[in-house]
Design a protein around this ligand. Sequence first.
Ligand SMILES: Cc1ncc(COP(=O)(O)O)c(C=O)c1O
Length: 390
Amino acid sequence: MSPFSARTDVARTWNPLARALAERRARGLPLLDLTETNPTHVGLPAPGPAPLAHPDALRYAPEPLGLLSAREAVADYLSGRGAPVLPEHLLLTASTSEAYGWLFKLLCEPGDSVLVPAPCYPLFESLARLEGVHLRHYRLSSAQGFGLDLEALAAARDERTRAVLVVNPGNPTGHFLHEGELEALGAWCAREGLSLVSDEVFSDFAWTEAPGRVRTVAGRALPMPTFCLSGLSKVAGLPGLKLAWMHVGGPEAARHEALARLEPLADTYLPVNVPVQVSLRDWLAGAPRFQAAVLERVRANRRALREVRPSDASWSVVPAEGGWSAVLRIPLEPGEEATCLALLDAGVVAHPGYFYDFVGGAYLVLSLLPPPDTFTAALGPLVRVLGGGA
Ligand SMILES: Cc1ncc(COP(=O)(O)O)c(C=O)c1O
């Protein structure tokens, strides 16, 4: 019998694409990486080190929900973006991923399930498994622009489902939740007794203004317990600082109880370091500059991608509203993996749709964050491999 738990038994085999990429790297061949989404690797503006020199940085103050001054800074940031929230309804974690782990502990018994979108960035599988929670996928249909479909939610739910996870806007699909969708979702969650977890790490990255888009569910009067997540990782491009936040909303009694339970849970781990908390207002002050640079970069790369597409191409750029990625719909033959391997041969790294659980077609996912010279240099090989006319 293994001395280790089944929860930690993760497949360690390499897929053919990862193997081919490692071989190419080992041979020192050039690569244009269109899967790079690390904001600290792509020449975007970063704040100076000054905030780390705060006089209180080394004074340890164990506050389970996070230092009040830091939660006030987050409340002001969210309020400035149209979400009036109170610091006492916020809780800090080291990352959004950690917040998911805490929410699974808060909302689920081992063996319970949560509803997660598909396609989606592959984030939830291991977070849920480590908490003994099952995932049930609800499909986002390409025919509906990867928007929320209540019928798909209802079909995915089982008697042990405790919560719905929504990624707003979707990663990598870039669809924002719309007011009508949120209203229907709220009524359904309330009727079914489910909580809502809204992942809004990309919600500051809308490419255009459009009426009826939900930027955040924080500060809304919603009829079910609501947990809204974001953090410095995407908002300010600082994943290494390890600070994220959760806003707890919904009916007052449920909110009160959720926070009362989250506090001892947070006290058990106390993961957020003090230096980043005492200077959080300064880090957040740099967010608009970072976001403006990302939006300029992402818009320019997406425009370049659309411009190189031959008008009779058998592939297309899937419409989207925000985020850091582009999704391409490609022909079913030769398919996602063969296309990615051919791209790799041509020196370009791209992700196949199946990494993100796309079905009902063949897809590629490209990061729009790489520097424009890298991105545009990759477009020639991309067009050659994907081909022109149908
Ligand atoms: C939709 C989404 N949520 C959360 C995360 C994780 O963010 P964090 O760095 O705060 O754990 C990611 C990471 O890319 C993501 O794509």
